[in-house]
Ligand binder design. Structure first.
Ligand SMILES: [Mg+2]
Length: 391
């Protein structure tokens, strides 16, 4: 079969708030080939991503992403690898290309899995899909009282691990951050894993991050996530040497395998967190998962949006043994909740891996319709993009 169409859709909540909740909008990709349909989601702002799919060629290494995919043969995983290489060569200088292709690549795997009647993880070579220890991924409350209430709620839902991030953490006094971490630990109790996400707040300041380490150790935090911006590998390494019992986690911003490999080799991270919606899709994420195993680091998914993105993010390490951790967004927007008809089963804090063909989920067309954002891109009087029919 050959790839007949790539359709991109922008969805958004009626109001986009200035908070760290990335589920307020969504860029959904639909690919069709040989009578089959596959779906994927980019972890990216929808409109710049759609532009990267359709923009006019700027020069030979700056072509729209769709041009390297449309019409290509799709019969096996090898074809997806070949198409990814075409995109890399043809869109080398288009910064949004990796984010845009991520959704396309995920849709290609979904489509191929549906045609073969097998889950994507099986197509990747995994023999089994083991349950994951879900961690409830929350934003810090505005104050310790709110954080305490959220942590009690996560625990009441059976989670065995809880993460708090963003919000006021790292933006004020060291003592205030300590109060937040203490509230989180008090709420979840002593037998639950506590994870803390600084959301790159200290940019590259090792000293600012190090000031928070004693409180994290005192609260027995398993990891400190993204103390620094992506690429600040030296700062990661310097902090890792001082972090004692607290591991460093990072990598969600990686948009190539090579960036993740750099962080693993030179950043001293104990946990590498990859978003399939950013790194170029499922195949490069699988490469990082296998690489992490050889380097003594633990692979963890990153996802903060829909169940579709969650399923895609789990495929690369489906066969990771030992109840590996996985991030589960617990405060998704109404839009994110509307994306799929099904939810992945979660019982007693354990998430069952998707077992159905492809990503194992179906898009809820009617529920999503109210969030569709109609858009159009016209260049020199020629329409390059208009929101496709939603059906
Ligand atoms: Mg994070």
């Amino acid at each position: 079969m050959h790839i007949e169409s790539i359709d991109a859709f922008s969805f958004a909540m009626p109001e986009i708030r200035d908070v760290g909740d990335g589920s307020q909008d969504a860029c959904l990709i639909r690919v069709r080939a040989g009578g089959w349909t596959g779906w994927g989601e980019c972890e990216a702002a929808p409109l710049p991503t759609i532009a990267a799919l359709v923009c006019p060629m700027s020069h030979s290494a700056c072509k729209p992403v769709s041009a390297s995919v449309l019409g290509e043969r799709l019969e096996s995983p090898a074809d997806i690898h070949r198409i990814a290489a075409r995109v890399r060569a043809n869109s080398l200088d288009l910064l949004q290309a990796d984010h845009a292709f991520s959704g396309v690549e995920i849709a290609l795997w979904d489509l191929l899995g549906r045609r073969e009647g097998t889950p994507v993880w099986s197509l990747l070579g995994a023999r089994e899909a083991l349950p994951k220890t879900a961690y409830a991924s929350c934003l810090f409350g505005d104050d310790p009282g709110q954080t305490y209430a959220k942590s009690r709620q996560a625990r009441a839902h059976g989670y065995r691990a809880v993460k708090f991030g963003w919000g006021p953490y790292g933006r004020g006094a060291v003592a205030a951050d300590r109060g937040q971490v203490q509230a989180a630990r008090a709420g979840i109790g002593p037998d639950c894993l506590l994870l803390v996400d600084a959301g790159t707040v200290w940019e590259e300041s090792v000293e600012d991050a190090a000031l928070r380490l004693p409180a994290l150790a005192e609260a027995d935090a398993t990891w400190l996530e993204e103390p620094f911006v992506g690429g600040a590998t030296g700062a990661y390494q310097a902090l890792a040497r001082r972090a004692g019992t607290v591991s460093l986690a990072g990598g969600e911003g990686c948009h190539t395998v090579h960036q993740a490999a750099q962080l693993l080799a030179h950043g001293g991270v104990g946990y590498i967190q990859i978003d399939t919606g950013r790194i170029g899709g499922i195949a490069p994420a699988r490469r990082v998962a296998l690489l992490a195993r050889t380097m003594g680091a633990t692979y963890v998914n990153h996802t903060f949006t829909t169940q579709l993105a969650l399923s895609a993010s789990l495929q690369p390490y489906a066969d990771a043994a030992g109840h590996a951790l996985c991030e589960v967004p617990v405060e998704p927007s109404a839009l994110a909740l509307a994306m799929t008809r099904e939810r992945l089963p979660l019982r007693d804090g354990l998430l069952t891996m998707p077992q159905g063909p492809g990503l194992g989920l179906s898009i809820h067309t009617e529920a999503l319709r109210p969030y569709l954002v109609e858009a159009e891109i016209t260049v020199g009087g020629r329409c390059l993009y208009r929101t496709p029919r939603w059906e």
